[in-house]
Design a binder for this molecule. Structure first.
Ligand SMILES: Nc1ncnc2c1ncn2[C@@H]1O[C@H](COP(=O)(O)OP(=O)(O)OP(=O)(O)O)[C@@H](O)[C@H]1O
Ligand SMILES: *[C@@H]1O[C@H](CO)[C@@H](O)[C@H](O)[C@H]1NC(C)=O
Ligand SMILES: *[C@@H]1O[C@H](CO)[C@@H](O)[C@H](O)[C@H]1NC(C)=O
Length: 403
């Protein structure tokens, strides 16, 4: 019996090693079609980075073992490209990607079993643009995105300027020259997860705290690997936690006031959405959940109360981040980002962190500064009609004096 079992075991092993591995390889390759779904483009994020992925990308062993894929529902793969540490992300769970494919196929009235999302997307494009003489890509993008419908935040505050800025930055100065496939890739990315667009518009070389964009191939985005998430800082010493908290507030400040005149409002704040690079800098690694309020547009349209800062009162929300898209999109400024950071991450009992990054303030800091009360005011002002905006410079200055 024993011999027989051993025999079957080795027979299986030999079968697997010599035959099965060819059909069902042990390792995932980012360059394989079944992984990057290149065949679905332009229902994908892009194609420019495919040669690099093919030639230079090496996944880390634990990321490429096919049998472990079930552990990686988030579809985040670690690896290296030309000695740079990277993450390759599919930017959604498999079921989310399938859901969007099904939606595209339904809208194109193609049976899902026989449907390539690529054909469905072309079909929808032609339906909305029958003569294919569209020379206004911006309007076409708005039209397609609202027809197909998305849950992502990037276009929730409707801004033509954001799309114009984006297309110019990614594809060059003549927006009218945008090719159909490029337009459809943008639409697909906006529908599923706008992170590739955001990383290109707000690059770290220009002072933005996002990972460096390497490129996209099919449904894979390759970006700089930053480091461990901020959960790893929770038990760190006081100077480290203070330094990280200071950077988070600086990030909130930059997102609220910047020379591009877009406010980037955080809509999903958690310790895991930020990471710490080896030199101790804080980055936002989940660039998906951001609203873009266009200050230029708002000053032009002048909706009711636009000059007054929009104040976050945390209403109707205990264990969540409360905000009104309509309010954020219609005020030229808002204290939302400070609320989001202070209330979710810095104070104890915040919704994204039980202890809060600024737990256990040392006694000498308590004695010499108002840090505790400033942070508390930032999380929830004692006067609910008072915006946090004037408080933040004081808070930043106090923190800077301690670093
Ligand atoms: N650039 C990066 N550097 C380091 N780690 C990263 C990076 N991007 C993603 N990760 C890791 O992968 C995890 C998931 O990534 P990401 O937040 O983009 O996925 P997600 O599906 O949007 O997650 P969630 O829905 O929980 O916000 C992160 O929490 C982080 O641990
Ligand atoms: C942003 O707004 C300021 C002040 O209104 C203005 O001087 C600047 O030119 C604007 N920049 C852009 C890129 O719109
Ligand atoms: C805040 O403002 C509202 C309306 O402007 C007013 O009714 C309310 O009394 C104010 N609350 C406080 C605490 O000042």
């Amino acid at each position: 019996m024993r011999i027989r079992r051993t025999f079957y075991f080795f027979a299986f092993l030999i079968f697997y090693i010599f035959l099965h591995r060819k059909i069902f390889p042990f390792y995932i390759k980012v360059s394989e079609d079944s992984f990057n779904n290149f065949e679905f483009c332009p229902a994908c994020y892009g194609t420019k980075f495919c040669p690099q992925i093919l030639n230079n990308l090496e996944l880390a062993t634990e990321s490429k073992i096919r049998l472990f894929k079930f552990l990686n529902a988030k579809n985040v793969y670690y690896g290296q490209i030309n000695n740079a540490e990277i993450v390759a992300k599919k930017l959604a769970h498999d079921w989310e990607l399938e859901k969007m494919d099904k939606k595209l196929c339904d809208l194109a009235e193609i049976s899902y079993i026989r449907c390539n999302p690529k054909d469905a997307l072309y079909f929808i494009y032609r339906k909305l643009n029958p003569n294919e003489e569209n020379r206004d890509p911006i309007n076409m993008i708005f039209k397609l995105v609202s027809h197909i419908e998305t849950v992502t935040d990037i276009l929730k505050c409707k801004s033509k300027r954001l799309l114009e800025y984006g297309i110019e930055k990614i594809y060059g100065p003549n927006v009218e020259d945008l090719k159909t496939d490029e337009l459809l890739e943008l639409v697909y990315t906006i529908l599923v997860n706008p992170e590739p667009i955001i990383l290109q518009l707000f690059p770290p070389q220009e002072g933005w705290p996002f990972p460096r964009y390497h490129g996209t191939c099919g449904r894979v985005l390759v970006e700089e690997y930053i480091g461990p998430s901020l959960s790893s800082v929770m038990d760190a010493d006081w100077p480290t936690r203070l330094q990280v908290s200071y950077q988070l507030l600086q990030l909130a400040f930059l997102f609220t006031h910047n020379h591009l005149n877009f406010s980037l409002y955080l809509t999903d704040v958690s310790l895991d959405n930020f990471a710490l690079s080896p030199d101790g800098s804080v980055f936002l690694i989940d660039a998906e959940s951001l609203l873009f309020a266009d200050k230029v547009q708002i000053s032009k349209d002048q909706p009711a109360g636009w000059r007054e800062p929009c104040i976050s009162r945390g209403e109707g929300c205990h264990d969540c981040l409360s905000f009104s898209v309509e309010d954020l999109c219609s005020h030229v400024t808002a204290d939302h980002n400070y609320y989001a950071i202070c209330h979710s991450l810095l104070i104890p009992g915040g919704y994204a962190s039980d202890r809060g990054l600024l737990h256990d303030i040392p006694p000498e800091v308590e004695a010499s500064t108002e840090l505790r009360s400033l942070i508390q005011e930032c999380a929830m002002p004692s006067d609910p009609n008072q915006s946090r905006l004037p408080l933040v410079p004081r808070l930043l200055q106090t923190m800077r004096s301690l670093i």
